[in-house]
Design a protein around this ligand. Sequence first.
Ligand SMILES: [Zn+2]
Length: 379
Amino acid sequence: MEQLTITAKIQVKTTDADRELLNETMSLYRAACNYVADYVFQTHNLKQFSLNKALYSTLREQYGLKSQMAQSVLKTVIARYKTILENQKEWIKPTFKKPQYDLVWNRDYSLTQNLFSVNTLKGRLKLAYFSDVMEKYFDSNVYKFGTAKLVNKHGKYFLHIPVTYDVAESQTSDICNVIGVDRGINFLTATYDSKSRSKFVSGKAIKHKRAKYSKTRKALQQRKTPSSRRRLKAIGQRENRWMHDVNHQVSKALVENNPEHTLFVLEDLSGVRNATEKVRIKNRYVSVSWAFYDLEKKLIYKAKQNKSTVIKVDPAYTSQCCPKCGHTEKANRNKKTHLFTCKTCGYKSNDDRVAAMNLYRMGINYLVDNQVPSTVTIE
Ligand SMILES: [Zn+2]
């Protein structure tokens, strides 16, 4: 069994009085987080027990937090430091800028089909919420709720709830379909599968829209006014949302168009100095490599839900190797015309399709060897 976690986002319904109380609670929570972050930065102490001993009375008396909220503050700060230490390998003091509130399930919050109940500075608050996205998760035998985050976005309150559930792990012996998936610019994805089918998702519209975003960004960057900076940020966020959505659609279609127990074979782009090396210079926007990774993440996740597996293989020569005779030569591929022509056997095809065919073949090799070559990462 393997555990999957999704984040369910629900909007909470609030009155003016509710909002005032939530704001007050979240602001104090943030202030307490910053206070604890300061203390931890000076002491390098990350143990909940001794932090609690040292700071509990201040959190209760000075910040007016309930006992449970004080524990939650400690947990939040400890978790943030652990992430920083893991990623940056040094002590950097985090700042909690936005009012927030981390809620431990069944202690700080609970959720029924129609009510969200939360601890505040003035006791329990029970609020209705827009429940349609949550309905399917109310089977406690299957779904477990984790520590949720209450956030305020433009005056509206949202609760982000991690929902964890088990899925059966896919076995290599169950695999009934292999598909090579090449990611690129002209084609967002080019695929080749066990039935020798090729499919292409055009990247043309994406490329065009990205170029437009890039142009707008450049113009705004030159203006350097406070309002242009704000616009720049807003546009960046809009572009991200759009890209997330595109990747969601593409990965969803990939999983839905293939049976359960499919092996998806991707290029491992983490070894490539920069994923954008795959991309011609005029197309090299920062967002491209980010988009590739994001698509990969989404595909891995959705594949697991469908009892399927994603492996990543060494990308070397996937676009230079002839899928028919194995002859590998740089000149096989004409990058300008996107045509692959094997110098030995004369096999001709679109270059991205050839890359997908090679990925497919590497997937078959992986199954035949029934072992993990050093170049393969299983997700
Ligand atoms: Zn050939």
